[in-house]
Structure formats: structure tokens, C-alpha cells
Design a protein around this ligand. Structure first.
Ligand SMILES: [Zn+2]
Length: 129
């Protein structure tokens, strides 16, 4: 189950970022998991539930976003949103398209709990895993 090792590296990155921002606790992690990334979000959620214990994200919520699959066409130069199982250009039926988005795994956002009462907490965005 490779979701476990992926989740492990996500959490390591979250720990590092948390330290860098002098925060102690994470309240929310937002991940963008492309439909073509090969990661099953249910399994990732299950791995997170097991691995977060004892980490800075122990009480954090994991939000998984699914981005659209987008291909670029070398013939008509258009970028189109396509179904996961059909990566053809919908304009000219060219099949040699390039994937623009859909296989990525991105840490979209991490939200930290405030360290003190005067601190409102903060967040960081867009870190590639
Ligand atoms: Zn085309």
C-alpha cells in the first residue's frame, strides 16, 4: 500500500514546515491529489489516521481535493478538461496530448494552531510533495 509511504513523506514535510514556522500544532492539511496520481484518497485518509498519532498533525483534519484532468494539444494548441479515462483532445481528436494537470500531489495548505492567545494562527500554501 504505497499510500502509507506517501502519507509518511507528506507528514515529514508538514513537520518540517511546522518547525520552520515556529508552530507547534497543525489544525488542517489540504492536499490536492490528481485522479491520475495513482493515489487512492480513501487509503490516504486511512494512512493519515494511523500515522498522525504522535505527530504535529495528531488532531489535524485532512482535506483531499481532486483537481481536474487537463491536457494540452500539440495540434490545435488548446488546453482542455478531459475525463480520466480519455486523454484525447476534444477539439481535434489528437491522442498525443500532454498532461497539464491531473497526476500531481500537492500540499495546498497547512493551517497552524496559535501558539499563544495573542497569535491568531496562520497558514502556508502550495508546497509540492
Ligand atoms: Zn487538438
Amino acid at each position: 500500500m504505497h499510500e502509507f509511504s506517501i502519507c509518511q513523506s507528506v507528514l515529514e514535510q508538514v513537520e518540517q514546515i511546522t518547525r520552520r514556522h515556529h508552530a507547534r500544532r497543525v489544525t488542517r492539511i489540504v492536499l490536492s491529489v490528481g485522479p491520475l496520481s495513482g493515489v487512492v484518497d480513501v487509503l490516504l485518509q486511512r494512512a493519515f489516521d494511523a500515522l498522525r498519532l504522535g505527530s504535529v498533525a495528531e488532531t489535524a483534519v485532512l482535506d483531499i481535493h481532486t483537481p481536474a484532468v487537463i491536457v494540452a494539444c500539440p495540434s490545435c494548441k488548446k488546453e482542455s478538461r478531459v475525463p480520466t479515462n480519455r486523454l484525447l483532445c476534444p477539439h481535434c481528436q489528437q491522442w498525443q496530448t500532454t498532461l497539464v494537470s491531473g497526476d500531481e500531489l500537492v500540499l495546498l495548505r497547512i493551517e497552524f494552531a496559535p501558539n499563544t492567545l495573542s497569535d491568531n494562527g496562520h497558514s502556508v500554501e502550495n508546497e509540492h510533495v
